[in-house]
Design a binder for this molecule. Sequence first.
Ligand code: KMH
Ligand code: ZN
Length: 275
Amino acid sequence: MTTGTLITVAPTGAESAKAEVPALPVTLDELLLTAKECEALGAAVIHVHIRDDAARPTLDPARLRETVAALRESTDLIVQLSSGGAVTDPEASRLAVLDAAPDMASCTMGTVNFGDDVFLNRWEFIVDLHTRMQERGIVPEYEIFDLGHLAALQRLLGKYGLPAGGHVHVDFVMGVPGGMPGTTETLVAAHRMLRDLPEGATFSATGIGRSTIPVMLASLSTGGHLRVGMEDTVTYAKGRPVESNMQLVARAVGFAQLAQRPPLTTAEARELLGL
Ligand code: KMH
Ligand code: ZN
């Protein structure tokens, strides 16, 4: 059954430099303002990467805890911390993200070439993340950068059991140079592979860069949900830089409404995700 649309905003990421993308929210105040405005527009989940005082990506534990508390104080958004961090972050720091006790955390299901870099996700590391989240009641969003990551997820759940809350939600991150392409054909193939996951598994999708709109349309038409934000997209249209995360969320909400799948409220999103 097709439901409303879960909209996740990923406002910052670890890849863009503030100097090159001045609209990127990098301070806590900028993040909170973005979060409140995106929630008002229809976002229900926020996927969070934080920056240090020099706007560089950081996984500083105290800053992460402060960010989770501030987002909870100012919004009703579901707070999902990135355990992916930046490609340079060590595994120990990525595991320690869970100490900030977010509602959700990302869990990438395999290694992938990432532009000129490698985003390393060893099997043992994935197992550690999954089982620690189970123990702490943190709901994962399984990040799928390539089709083989879905097979890895099937193996993970078969060996180590369902996540906290019992519901499986994945996010197709498409169009990363080195990962699966951001095309309708690939999304349909990924969607078909969900049959191998536990009944009721849901997915959202995001297309990096120019694949953002094809992926959004394909996801809506296959019953999927949407992730948008400046982590993934910094160009709104040819020659037009994104002005704000709100612009991207507003566009996603518009497409969802056209598809007659309006945004889920935060309460509906919590129910869907087993929070
Ligand atoms: N920044 C990428 C290397 C996640 O947040 O879990 C990893 C990433 C995935 O963004
Ligand atoms: Zn991320």
